[in-house]
Write a protein that binds this ligand. Structure first.
Ligand code: GLA
Length: 383
């Protein structure tokens, strides 16, 4: 009896196989292969302060990959398909740890804090006390100081399932001049539908300013175009915060109305960039309707059809057009030359210099509160 039913099943399978056309079978095989590869793999990436640095790669069932390293919690690779299915790396980065550690590394892929962006004259007052930070950007403080969170060792734990990593770092009281012990967790998740989700949370034992962000440099051409000037950008922002020559906001909030800062309707980045002194490096005030995750921006590379949408819970978006890249970085991936305007950053965050700007949304985290920030970079393609 058992033999007969086995034979029948085999005959049925044969019949079914002959009905299915060849290309469908091939597609199914390819999908099955990718599904088999989905998961988290690990590659040694050097040693930092006596601890092993590992490159963790998340792969989803459609083959998209995101790699993260312990040093700086940095994103080292994002590999996505173009509209013909060809995979390519859409972020700038380095071939090895020495690359990430070079002095001139402009924060490639790193986690930024305690305060992302600038604090005027490297000082702020809180609860009647004056705090002095390192002036590491002219007279101002930038991206957390001389040793910001992009230059520390993050512990990484693989989460249950095969798509998430949990990073943690505790910043001691007084580190880089900031008050309070800040305990942080950052969860990177790669979803089945090609979304990279970054979820930040933090608690403190003393009131402190907190503004965490990610500093990935995107070029959706994956090595084909040397600059991002041909990428088309839309940002959902009717206003921005004008800044002085040292990029500190003047405190005004200005309408973008039709000028070079207006990205409400998508336009090529190169269209108006020459009318903005130094290039784009400003904070846009997002048109928010609530406190949840909302679309902030959409970036398109027309030739490859790659699309990246940015969603966030934050009030601001720093759009930086790679104005300080000059082709001199070493140890780059495949020896690439990362030239002026070679890539761009879309950093979801609070407004720059918030600790000194009483009219901006507050960035002060108090004991008993939890800082939360979610950012999603969603990749897709168009024809
Ligand atoms: C941020 C700043 C820029 C620049 C880069 C790093 O995006 O806004 O001015 O400092 O980081 O080079």
């Amino acid at each position: 009896m058992k033999k007969i039913s086995t034979l029948l099943t085999a005959a049925l399978a044969l019949q079914l196989a002959s009905c299915t056309n060849n290309s469908e079978t091939k597609k199914e095989e390819a999908t099955a292969q990718l599904k088999a590869k989905a998961g988290i793999s690990e590659q040694p990436f050097g040693t930092f302060e006596g601890k092993p640095v590992t490159e963790y790669t998340l792969t989803n069932a459609s083959g998209m990959q995101v790699s993260i390293i312990n040093y700086g919690g940095a994103i080292s690779k994002i590999i996505t398909p173009d509209n013909k299915g060809k995979m390519g790396d859409v972020v700038f980065g380095f071939a090895n740890l020495e690359g990430f550690q070079q002095k001139a590394n402009p924060y490639f892929g790193g986690l930024i804090g305690r305060f992302g962006n600038r604090i005027a004259k490297a000082t702020f007052s809180l609860d009647g006390k004056k705090y002095t930070l390192a002036a590491n950007n002219g007279v101002n403080a930038l991206h957390g100081g001389n040793k910001g969170y992009d230059k520390v060792y993050w512990n990484i734990e693989k989460q249950a399932g095969d798509s998430s990593l949990k990073l943690s770092y505790t910043s001691p009281d007084g580190e880089e001049g900031y008050p309070g012990t800040l305990k942080m967790e950052v969860i990177y998740t790669l979803s089945a539908n090609n979304e990279l989700r970054i979820e930040y949370s933090a608690t403190t034992d003393k009131a402190t300013p907190v503004n965490l962000t990610s500093h990935a440099y995107f070029n959706l051409s994956a090595g084909t175009d040397s600059t991002i000037l041909g990428h088309e950008l839309m940002m959902k922002a009717a206003q921005y915060t004008p800044a002085d020559s040292t990029l500190i906001p003047t405190g005004q909030i200005e309408a973008v109305t039709g000028g070079p800062m207006d990205f409400n309707t998508a336009k090529p980045i190169g269209r108006d960039i020459t009318n903005v002194k130094g290039g784009y490096d400003h904070n846009w005030v997002l048109n928010r309707t609530g406190s949840g995750l909302e679309l902030a921006a959409k970036l398109v590379h027309p030739a490859s059809g790659r699309v990246m949408e940015v969603f966030t819970t934050e009030p601001g978006l720093q759009f930086y057009s790679g104005n300080f890249l000059d082709g001199t970085l070493t140890n780059t991936k495949d020896g690439a030359k990362y030239v002026w305007h070679g890539a761009l950053c879309l950093e979801t965050q609070h407004f720059p210099d918030s600790p000194n700007q009483p009219s901006f949304p507050s960035t002060i985290l108090k004991p008993g509160e939890t800082y939360h920030h979610t950012c999603v970079y969603k990749f897709s393609t168009q024809q």
